[in-house]
Design a protein around this ligand. Sequence first.
Ligand SMILES: [Zn+2]
Length: 281
Amino acid sequence: MPERSDRAVLACYAHPDDEQGVTGFLHRCVLQGVRVGILCATRGEVGQIADPALATPETLGIVREQELRRAAAVIGVHDVFFLDYRDSGMAGSPENADPRAFINADPEEAVGRIVKVIRAFKPTLVITFDESGGYGHPDHLAICRWTTEAFYAAGDPSRYPEAGEAFAPARLYYSSFSRSIIKQFAAFLAQNGIPSPFPDVNPEQMGLADERITNTVYVAEYVDLKRRSLEEHRTQMFPNTALSALPAEMWRAFRSVERYALAAGVPLPQDAPEDDLFAGL
Ligand SMILES: [Zn+2]
């Protein structure tokens, strides 16, 4: 085991499996002795169920909590925090109206719950979705907004004094698939007559705009480990999705690179290597 550094990373997401976009970087951090935690706002309790033998709508939340814990353990992460909100469902679904839904949370309270985890875990870096939420899921937009607020509030002793001693993380990063990759996928699907998995979302508004990417992390050596982590989300392993139609090479290339945009905090030094999110800290 490497020596444990005083550095830490907290990845803040909305549903079990949202963390899959950053598992390569998180694993590399673990190997470097960096403490890594995953915060998950909900248990994804209103998702679809790939195999009815695995869960029912009533048990899906607890099953997906276990799936996230196993997926995290595959990449060496054992600190998993839940905010205990309910999955709000896709935009326009009846679940949006549930008072327990994450999107209906009192913003002050939701930010406070994230602040409490930040102050206890003391991450150097906080990572969350970019403002597009990847593809616009309302919970993804909410976790981006409220994690961003919590990033600032955690270091302010006048905010949430009951949530622990103030602690200011050094940097906030947004991560998502790059827009150019989404457009490549969309073009491939269109050429092959495969319907888009997100027909209502304009690819021009999906993912992280390439010009905002400040850091690129190459994780080809962890692609198989990332796949094993992904596959722990068994209730979400649907056969024959549009994405499973992508050629293996295209999929592998996609999973080999992770993109990050510095959103707040200490600026990167001018000569910082593109794969060093801690540069200059
Ligand atoms: Zn999600």
